[in-house]
Design a protein around this ligand. Structure first.
Ligand SMILES: C[S@@+](CC[C@H](N)C(=O)[O-])C[C@H]1O[C@@H](n2cnc3c(N)ncnc32)[C@H](O)[C@@H]1O
Length: 377
């Protein structure tokens, strides 16, 4: 992009792109620049540093943008590594590459797709760039890496989701055998079953990254001295908190006690199936085997999750809700016999953020609602 093009983007960075398109629809270059403005507007929260980086060129098509890691999670995982040679074998838009590159002397970006590779030439001129399939890269490579990062395609050419590790493109199982690297970090779909990983890997840890209670990434970290640990990187309001655990099947004993505070485990904790283990560590009590809400009279802000102040407990009964004036709130359901729409209909509840309504089964397997205020975000 020349200076005039950049100026056009800067001047119109917050403009309505459909109005701009209407005005400049006959001008091919302007249409390209308007597309760039639209991409910046759409990715402002996922890729904030690129919003005003006018030297960066986005792809015209959205697929690579949808597939790329967010800057926040790229930053969180990259902080754990440093060394000489880093390879991102499946570079894509290069967001992961960019963050890892800050901690390595030499960065290698490989991408099989020619359009993305051409963009990388514009966006990352200082990296060692290659446009090869993973198999060809391995064939031609003589470099020993400190870290190889792989974020394979999780959809096939017909856009169908791929679930089996051996189906992912490129084939990570072959790569880890053939490429020379001290460590590998492999990004998988967050829906992948953690228990399955034992079938494929020996020395590995599992990393889970959540942002504002949404599970974003599941990664496998392979290195010689890894001993099946779980690292949770829980990002809340932009702050990254790290928790490390062993795999655990701990189950908490049940107690019939709804105490002053309700503890809701973060999604990463639930994915790792560590909710009871962590509940034990924080001295929380649990009402029901399958109700993963926890209680305590003590407020402990170190907890990986959200904490709420309990206001009252109600039975699942319209009269009781009416008598107590509970007619709205944010509804949360876990291990309960009714659906969200039925709950709203039966109790005439409106959804707003006045308070929190936790629907669950209690110690006696009865459907109840615990009404709370939120304490920690
Ligand atoms: C999920 S994206 C990577 C996103 C990247 N981490 C980012 O932050 O932008 C996966 C990439 O793998 C590339 N890919 C797929 N099959 C490949 C293969 N056999 N060899 C090398 N790259 C491949 C795709 O072209 C795609 O760009």
């Amino acid at each position: 992009m020349n200076e005039e093009d950049k100026l056009f983007i800067i001047e119109n960075i917050n403009a309505d792109t459909s109005k701009l398109l209407f005005k400049f629809h006959k001008d091919t270059n302007k249409r390209f620049l308007i597309n760039q403005i639209g991409k910046r507007q759409k990715t402002k929260s996922k890729l904030p540093s690129l919003f005003e980086n006018y030297n960066f060129t986005f792809p015209q098509n959205s697929k690579a943008i949808e597939q790329c890691s967010s800057e926040k999670s790229a930053e969180a995982k990259s902080n754990y590594f440093k060394g000489n040679n880093f390879l991102d074998l499946t570079g894509g838009l290069g967001i992961d590459t960019l963050f890892f590159s800050r901690n390595f002397e030499n960065t290698y970006y490989n991408e099989k797709n020619i359009t993305l590779y051409d963009l990388a030439k514009l966006n990352y001129p200082t990296f060692n760039l290659s446009n090869l399939s993973a198999a060809d890269f391995i064939e031609n490579n003589n470099t020993e890496f400190d870290l190889v990062y792989i974020d394979p395609d999780r959809r096939d050419d017909s856009n169908r989701k791929l679930y089996k590790l051996e189906d992912l493109q490129p084939n990570i199982l072959e790569i880890i055998l053939k490429l020379k690297s001290k460590e590998f970090l492999i990004k998988l779909s967050p829906i992948y079953e953690i228990k399955e990983l034992d079938k494929y890997f020996d020395n590995y840890d599992v990393w889970l990254i959540s942002i504002d209670n949404e599970l974003k990434e599941l990664l496998v970290h392979i290195k010689a001295d890894a001993v099946r640990k779980i690292k949770l990187l829980i990002i809340k309001d932009g702050n990254i908190n790290e928790f490390n655990y062993d795999f655990s099947d701990t189950k908490l004993d049940l107690e019939n006690n709804i105490a002053n505070y309700l503890y809701e485990p973060d999604v990463a904790v639930l994915k790792a199936n560590l909710q009871d283990q962590i509940g034990k560590e924080f001295n929380l009590n649990k009402l029901n085997m399958n109700t993963h809400f926890y209680f305590s009279d003590v407020l402990n802000n170190e907890y990986p999750g959200n904490i709420y102040k309990v206001k009252s407990k109600l039975h699942y009964n319209k009269k009781e809700f009416k008598a107590q004036g509970i007619d709205s709130g944010i509804i949360k359901i876990r291990n309960f016999d009714d659906t969200l729409s039925n709950i709203k209909k039966k109790l005439s509840i409106k959804e707003n953020n006045k308070q929190y309504l936790f629907f669950m089964k209690d110690y006696h397997d009865k459907n109840i609602c615990v009404v709370c205020d939120k304490i920690i975000n």
